[in-house]
Write a protein that binds this ligand. Sequence first.
Ligand SMILES: Cc1cc2nc3c(=O)[nH]c(=O)nc-3n(C[C@H](O)[C@H](O)[C@H](O)COP(=O)(O)OP(=O)(O)OC[C@H]3O[C@@H](n4cnc5c(N)ncnc54)[C@H](O)[C@@H]3O)c2cc1C
Length: 328
Amino acid sequence: MRRPELPPFRALERRPDLRSATVIRGHAGRAHRAAESMKPARFEYFAPTSLPEAVALLQAHGDDAKLLAGGQSLVPLMNLRLAQPSVVIDLNRVSDLAYVRAEEDGRIAIGAMTRHHEVATSPLVREHCPLLADAAARIGFPAIRHRGTLGGSLSHADPVSEMPCVALALDAELVAAGRNGDRVIVASDFFQTYFTTALEPDEVLRQIRYPAMQPGEGWGFHESVRKTGDFAIVAVAATVRMADGGVAAARIAIAGVADRPVRATGAEALLAGRSGRDVLDEVADAAAATAGEAPTDIHASSGFRQRIVRVLTRRALADAMAMAEARA
Ligand SMILES: Cc1cc2nc3c(=O)[nH]c(=O)nc-3n(C[C@H](O)[C@H](O)[C@H](O)COP(=O)(O)OP(=O)(O)OC[C@H]3O[C@@H](n4cnc5c(N)ncnc54)[C@H](O)[C@@H]3O)c2cc1C
């Protein structure tokens, strides 16, 4: 294994005699005492340049290690010392992890280190997975979207995040690289509970594959946020395929009502073969029932979340059906 290059502060850590009074000069020439001025707990930093090297580092350091992608979730947690990994493995120099490309099987493959901004603005994603592009554009603020990554958001598995909800709605496949090569995990198996995924400690999420939207299909995405840029309180993503004037297939995924994004399968079943809008209220009620165990927290009560799910499901399905009919 190639020895990863060390940044300057790691090089200084190799000098125990300097540790207690290590001085790093910033670009403005001001001196900081490194140990005292760091917000996160002390950690060892590696910057691998290849995926096998990153996997090997994870294997070597196990549960002590954390991968660093965009840092938009991990770094705040480290600064608050809610996360204290003793090893940080930075993926930003790993080549070939940031891309959007069309696969031969018609799927759109996106590298895990692709930034939210790229997902939101990529012509390929906008044409073939417009639900994904729309949802990515709603994440946080421009600065967050330019740093945060698709793979980071999925691996972080915040149950109110847009990307896990859309992955479930689109039945995405997540490709993990580990010691035995690649492992494909479907979105419905990937998200396990709050901030917990099916990834093994020594696996790196390397690619996510989404099916391209077909003729006769439509989508809708609605979320309830206190103000633009906030995390959603509740979000609903819906896809619909219309055939012979009725719904041939539907998928409804809801974020913010459980420990992970959930499918409203009961509501989906009600739509099968029906002509659509006349059943919207019934379907929205069934979706709200899916949210029956929604949590109460400082942002919203359980009952409020259920009411919002009903409204957002109706809107998302209405959008999806109208689009599917227009694209038939
Ligand atoms: C102010 C603010 C507002 C935000 N608003 C929203 C919002 O509205 N909606 C939303 O969804 N998110 C929001 N976020 C979070 C943002 O989307 C992050 O980009 C995302 O949660 C994590 O992605 P990241 O690339 O920054 O990952 P990091 O923070 O670097 O990592 C997050 C976790 O994932 C792990 N990880 C990262 N990459 C991989 C990989 N390839 N394989 C395995 N594990 C990996 C890390 O080890 C870490 O545990 C916001 C963040 C901030 C700071």
